[in-house]
Ligand binder design. Sequence first.
Ligand code: NAD
Ligand code: UFG
Length: 338
Amino acid sequence: MNKKVLITGGAGYIGSHAAVTFLEAGYDVVILDNFSNGSADTVRRVEDISKRGLRLIEGDIRDKSCLHQIFSENEVYAVLHFAGLKSVAESVSDPLRYYENNVAGTVFLCEAMEEANVRRLVFSSSATVYGDPVENPVSERCLTGKLSSPYGRSKSMVEEVLQDIAAAKPAWHIAILRYFNPAGAHPSGLIGESPNGPPNNLIPYISQVAAGWRDVLRVFGDDYPTPDGTGVRDYIHVQDLAEGHLSALEAINKRAGLHIWNLGTGRGYSVLEVIRAFEIASGRSINFEIERRRLGDVAECWADPTKAQMELNWKANRSLTEMMTDAWRWQKNSLPSA
Ligand code: NAD
Ligand code: UFG
């Protein structure tokens, strides 16, 4: 019998790519999503790509009876926990919603797992927990810094909750994955990132300018202490990220306790380099203007991915060009949302 994973937030951007990866690797998949930022259509596309069926449950991680029912009806081997709210700006204006959904929601999920004797968990954390990193590349040993948003603090708080669970309950196997900047889409062009309204993140914004949905990209600052003055980030292909989850689950299966891994490429690119790469991949020119720095942004943040490479036998292989090509293919297949 195949092992079954519960994927919370599996109708969203990263969770849907992970669902394809796990189905293709022979796992059975149950997705729990409340569709606050995902859709049943995405899940149908996951089935089309992988040519396998899965169970989709519309529900909420904060709904104890829904969780209880899922764990009693399914023999769940592990949980991949993607469900969460992710807008930095929204978290500043509505912090309670972020703490309730991301922190309390995770606590409910862990309680239900404990009750059901399901103790393997892979959690979507973020490089945002490093704040303004004291050094680059950033290794997992770097102190987590002063955080500039409730979103970042919600990730950091969940990390602490999970540390406490692991310390109190040695039967748990927990992977905390700190993603750098996820980008790109599945090469089929069937699933990708679909922001509601104007995108906050660089690559979806560039894609929409290239497609003519938006007039101009605002580049937030060209006076950072970086080679061309624009912000430097570690963009990682969402497919590489999804594969990192498979490797992480295999690794924690062999080792109990809590483990933290950076998922990044180890290479930083500036905003101007990303724009150029997108122009080449799409054959379109990107209209941009330099603006003031965005509040809360750091000059640079890129990963030391050595720990994941050594312990997970995983490496991000896909290039910036592949990320841009796949993001553009997905963009061309998308319809405007707002
Ligand atoms: P996404 O919004 O596309 O996917 C999240 C999914 O979770 C959505 O389908 C949404 O409907 C669902 N969801 C939200 N709250 C829920 C709840 N209470 N119950 C059930 N479902 C719920 O986001 P994503 O980009 O795929 O991110 C996935 C995870 O990775 C998030 O936890 C996010 O914070 C984290 N992360 C994302 C990035 C990024 O840049 N995309 C970077 C670092 C970490
Ligand atoms: N940028 C622009 N114009 C835009 C959007 C972004 O110039 O319209 C710049 C930013 O200033 C930054 C770079 O592009 O220098 C990347 O910005 P993103 O918003 O794409 O990504 P961030 O690094 O700010 O944050 C992302 C996620 C966070 C996550 C973090 C680390 O949005 O949720 O990566 O994983 F925490």
